[in-house]
Ligand binder design. Structure first.
Ligand code: ZN
Length: 159
């Protein structure tokens, strides 16, 4: 389906050129977490503000790297902003399942049809093609893994 592939490519280019939530937050109260993908040289910095009820009130992204890593970080920030930590983890699970990554919880990634994926994942479905390039999967998941690390740091941090 060439049409869909082109659309996905455009979505990735758009997020790469006009990254969402790019910038910094004041630390503290925000946390600052760095992620690095040595295979490609990608760097992602996640600034995270979580309120007392566990809602991600703000998220900002810094760093540099290939278009896949930066587009994925942009999509991730848009997907989790305003959500609870639990919701963000659930989106992360869906995202990794989409890329057929074994999340280590013993359950095989459940195959879902394209329509369901688009509804659940929004722009992130554009990264599905990365699945065919195992070396790039780490580029696509770097921002999510950095977010997970940021949750851990936020939980063990301040209060
Ligand atoms: Zn990369």
């Amino acid at each position: 389906m060439a049409g869909l592939e082109d659309l996905y490519k455009e979505i990735i280019i758009d997020h790469h050129r006009s990254p969402r939530n790019r910038g910094e937050l004041e630390t503290p109260p925000a946390t600052r977490t760095e992620g690095f993908n040595p295979l490609c040289g990608d760097e992602i910095v996640v600034y995270l503000d979580i309120d007392g009820s566990g809602t991600i009130t703000d998220v900002k992204i810094g760093g540099q790297g290939c278009s896949i890593s930066q587009a994925s970080a942009s999509m991730m920030s848009a997907a989790v902003k305003g959500r609870s930590v639990d919701e963000a983890r659930s989106i992360m699970g869906d995202f990794k399942a989409m890329l057929s990554i074994d999340t280590g919880n013993g359950e095989p990634a459940e195959p879902v049809d394209e329509e369901t994926q688009i509804r659940r994942m929004g722009d992130m479905v554009a990264l599905k093609g990365v699945m065919r390039f195992p070396a790039r999967i780490k580029c696509a998941t770097l921002s999510w893994n950095t977010l997970e690390q940021a949750f851990t740091e936020a939980a063990s941090g301040s209060d």
